[in-house]
Design a protein around this ligand. Structure first.
Ligand code: ZN
Length: 357
């Protein structure tokens, strides 16, 4: 399987899309990417599992990292890719092989060696990784951070996830916790002998209903928090007063809170209740100081990222990071996923200008 990294970026996107790479099955695509990058002069190429890393070593004072995941969600009868009216349709077009295609085409067409390389203002790192669309413990970027922290060194990471060409800065953190409500079982015909655990959920839901979520503006980006019940479990049988009820809550918090601070806040909200933290992931501050030149190049006003992305992983490593990509995030994971060919062209032009201007 050979990729032509010098093909027009829309065509390169099509080539990437037509190598199926559902999470866990990225090997053929990672092989093709590694082979194509290894054939280029001026790059040191590394591989770990199905993640491929390529770096220049031009001795520039700063390093920009372009990252994208190679995997997609499961296919939905949407391969091979097809072009209809200026759009490329297919699994992974928007999320996020169009972004990966931009990065790879730049690797093949920027002057990385000889006198021409003088045009490059930064050293550049390319990262194509596996298993982003599945549980965090399989995430390829997480694995790279654990095993090869130095491969990720950079002054700014641009994650080419779909943002419709917006600069999406930072991301919110997330945590889940379970409120456990105990009770005493009894026959429901003699309900006064028991203590109904489900009834106690009323107070939990009341506090959620009255909860005033914060809106926080950082670096001009507005983050809206939310505290929501996402699950409720309880009940034994149709004639039993239940002795246990559990309410799972999800708190999406602005990146000015640490995960510890966020949990302390949720504890306060549910003061007096038994609360257990089940999982959490910190957010990422916008970090726009490091990205000023890039943001200026886009001519867009940065907006907050809702949801959690691998930007937070970079933030954890102390590397400012943002999301910027040609795809439309609303189309990610849909059967009719597509990307506008003009948007991929525009993304390539912009990044080329930024890296060389
Ligand atoms: Zn994605």
């Amino acid at each position: 399987m050979d990729l032509d990294l010098t093909a027009a970026v829309g065509e390169l996107t099509r080539q990437l899309v037509d190598v199926p790479s559902v999470s866990g099955g990225e090997a053929p695509l990672a092989d093709a990417v590694e082979k194509a990058l290894a054939a280029l002069d001026g790059l040191q190429v590394e591989r770990d599992g199905d993640a491929v890393v390529a770096r220049t070593f031009l001795g520039r004072p700063s390093r920009i990292l372009l990252a994208g995941h190679l995997d997609t969600v499961p296919l939905a009868d949407n391969l091979p890719a097809r072009v209809v009216g200026g759009r490329l349709y297919g699994c992974g077009t928007s999320d996020m092989k169009a972004g990966v295609a931009i990065a790879l085409r730049l690797a093949a067409t920027l002057p990385l060696t000889g006198a021409g390389a003088g045009a490059l203002r930064h050293d550049v790192t390319w990262i194509c990784y596996d298993n982003e669309e599945v549980a965090a413990d399989r995430n390829g970027l997480r694995r790279l951070a654990e095993r090869h922290r130095d491969w990720l060194d950079a002054d700014l990471a641009i994650l080419m996830e779909p943002t419709s060409g917006e600069v999406e800065a930072g991301c919110q953190g997330t945590l889940r916790a379970v409120v456990t409500l105990p009770g005493t079982r009894a026959h429901s015909a003699r309900s006064w002998l028991g203590d109904n655990a489900i009834h106690k959920a009323g107070e939990v839901l009341r506090r959620l209903g009255e909860y005033q979520a914060r809106t926080v503006t950082l670096d001009g980006c507005t983050y809206r928090e939310g505290l929501s019940a996402v699950r409720i479990d309880g009940g034994v049988a149709g004639n039993v007063i239940p002795d246990l009820c559990r309410v799972t809550v999800n708190f999406r918090f602005a990146p000015d809170r640490t995960p510890q601070g966020a949990f302390a806040h949720v504890r306060e909200v549910f003061d007096g209740f038994d609360l257990e933290l089940t999982d959490r992931a910190g957010g990422a501050p916008p970090g726009l100081a490091a990205a000023a030149a890039f943001v200026a190049a886009t001519g867009r006003v940065p907006v907050a990222k809702y949801g959690w992305t691998d930007v937070a992983r970079f933030a954890e490593l102390g590397i400012p990071a943002l999301n910027y990509g040609p795809g439309d995030p609303n189309l990610a994971h849909t059967r009719d996923e597509y990307v506008e060919l003009a948007a991929i062209d525009e993304g390539e032009r912009l990044l080329r200008r930024y890296l060389t201007a």
